[in-house]
Design a protein around this ligand. Structure first.
Ligand code: ADP
Ligand code: MG
Length: 540
């Protein structure tokens, strides 16, 4: 048994060993199988990995190549841009230089323009006369019948033969026939609009801003169209004028618009405008913008004086600063309405007084020389003399300008070499020039008439004295001429607008007006002659 047991044990052990070996064998074959599979798989993976890596590196190469191209292109672009930038810089520099040159040239041209404009105005005459013949109107007919039996009383006798000639042609039985022509710088026929009239006035306003005083006055008998020409059609039963009808506006509103338009082209704050409105009635000056302590507008008598510098001045006259044309028009209308409402100013007809609207343009000039503003020597010197005071002091003195649109006085005081120069535009609607016979006229009417006659003949005398280049011009013979002194004569520009009623009824008055205009025109001829050829001083 022992032996058996031993053998069995051995057998068992052998069996175990065999089993173990078999197991090992079995195990190792799975492993090798697995190993093989894994190896195979690994190889595959490795291969694909390899090809992927290869692909990747190729791709990378490709991409970096394109990037390189892009970078190169960008660099090239930058280089080009740099070059272009340099070109632009050079161009900008060139442009800057030429801009500077052009600016300098422009300044010079501007001065030349001013000088030329002034020569042109002077050639046309510092005093020129235009004549406007109004259309025949219904009232021309109505008024005539009672006195006239020939029924052609309203027949037209004054015509514009062309734009420089007036023809007066009239033959009446029992009267010497008239057939006469008159020459003026410009003649407007009855169809010519307010626009056409103003077109010839506008150049004077350029002169105004160039530093010359300007006066535009309407002369003619009552009803000949003075107020229509100067202001525009009047409102029904009112002395104010209609501001709605743009195309019907007369010289005064249009001139103001033009002045503000011209100012708008200048550097802001360098110009401002003040207005005064006066009426000259019976040789007295009435301030139509004066206000009482309650702020109510009423007319106050003022006087005209000559200052130490030889300028005419109206002390205490109300000057209102205006910033645009419509403000101005409201102010003027207010003044005009006063003419009819104020008891001391009541007179039968607006045509019995002279209306003077004055625009004072104050120019602020920097530096001590006006040569930069006014090229032509004379004006420059004249203005230099006139602006004897420095600006800030004057600003403090002058209450009415403190609210102007120019810089505040405080700012102005900071700038030392600043001066102000004033130029004046005077717009005048003269009293009716009709030769009212003195016989039968008494009292107030007589006084009125004689004052009108005297002031208009004083005006004629002033123009005559200027024509003959007399040393003494009798400005002070009437308040009217004294008031207009600075804008009539010298290098001031005067435009006389003769207004003519065309009807036969007014023949005498029309001839008188045309005679006045012809005499005033000789002033211009005298001046032009003097400029071009030396003439004997007198006797022409
Ligand atoms: P004056 O002021 O000289 O007395 P007005 O200006 O009051 O004359 O004119 C008298 C009338 O004639 C007014 O009714 C006015 O409207 C009219 N009138 C004047 N001129 C013209 C014109 N060119 N065209 C149309 N109507 C005119
Ligand atoms: Mg009138």
């Amino acid at each position: 048994y022992q032996g058996l047991a031993g053998r069995s044990t051995n057998e068992v052990l052998q069996l175990y060993a065999a089993h173990g070996q078999q197991m090992k064998f079995q195990r190792s074959s799975v492993v090798t199988q697995l190993h093989g599979a894994i190896k195979k798989r690994l190889k595959q993976d490795l291969k694909s990995l390899h090809s992927f890596a290869l692909e990747l590196s190729k791709d990378f190469q490709r991409q970096s190549k394109t990037c390189l191209y892009q970078v190169l292109a960008a660099v090239q672009g930058i280089q080009l841009q740099n070059e272009a930038m340099q070109m632009f810089q050079i161009k900008a520099f060139d442009l800057e230089q030429s801009l500077q040159e052009v600016t300098e040239r422009y300044e010079k041209e501007k001065q030349k323009r001013k000088a030329l404009h002034n020569s042109l105005i002077e050639l046309r005459g510092n005093i020129r006369v235009h004549c406007r013949i109004r259309p025949l109107l219904p009232f021309d007919d109505a008024a005539g019948h009672s006195q006239d039996r020939q029924r052609n009383f309203s027949e037209k006798v004054a015509y514009a033969a062309d734009d420089e000639t007036v023809l007066v042609k009239c033959s009446r039985p029992g009267h010497a026939s008239v057939n006469k022509t008159f020459q003026f710088e410009r003649v407007y026929n009855d169809l010519e609009s307010q626009d056409a009239v103003f077109a010839d006035v506008a150049p004077l306003l350029t002169s105004l801003l160039d530093g010359y005083n300007v006066c535009i006055m309407a002369y003619g008998q009552t009803g000949s169209g003075k107020t229509y020409t100067m202001l525009g059609p009047q409102l029904e039963g009112n002395l104010a004028f209609a501001m709605e009808e743009e195309s019907e506006l007369g010289i005064i509103p249009r001139a103001t618009q033009e002045v503000f338009r011209l100012i708008s082209e200048k550097p802001p704050g360098s110009y401002w405008v003040e207005v005064s409105v006066v009426e000259v009635y019976n040789n007295e000056i009435f301030d139509l913008l004066a206000k009482d302590s309650c702020g109510k507008v009423f007319g106050v008598k003022r006087d005209v004086v000559t200052t130490r510098e030889g300028k005419s001045d109206v002390p205490l006259l109300t000057h209102e600063t205006v910033e645009n044309a419509s403000e101005f028009l409201h102010l003027v209308n207010k003044g005009l309405q006063l003419r009819v409402t104020h008891p001391t100013l009541v007179h039968a007809h607006s045509s019995r007084s002279h209306l003077v609207v004055t625009l004072t343009i104050t120019t602020v000039v920097f530096g001590d020389n006006f040569g930069t503003l006014w090229e032509d020597e004379q004006t420059s010197q004249r203005l230099n003399k006139e602006a004897a005071f420095t600006f800030p002091q004057k600003m403090r003195d002058n209450k009415s300008t403190s609210s102007s649109r120019a810089s505040s006085p405080v700012q102005l005081e900071a700038t030392e070499k600043m001066k102000q120069v004033k130029t004046r535009l005077q717009l005048v609607d003269l009293a009716g020039s009709e030769c009212v016979g003195m016989s039968g006229v008494t009292g107030a009417a007589l006084r009125e008439t004689s004052f009108i006659n005297r002031s208009l003949s004083a005006l004629a005398d002033v123009l005559g004295a200027i024509a003959e280049q007399r040393a003494h011009v009798p400005y002070r013979n009437s308040k009217l001429t004294h008031l207009l002194q600075d804008s009539v004569g010298g290098d001031a520009k005067l435009l006389v607008m003769l207004c003519i009623s065309p009807g036969q009824k007014y023949l005498t008055e029309s001839m008188q007006s045309l005679g006045f205009g012809t005499r005033a025109r000789q002033v211009q001829r005298g001046q032009v002659k003097k400029k071009n050829f030396p003439v004997p001083s007198k006797g022409k």
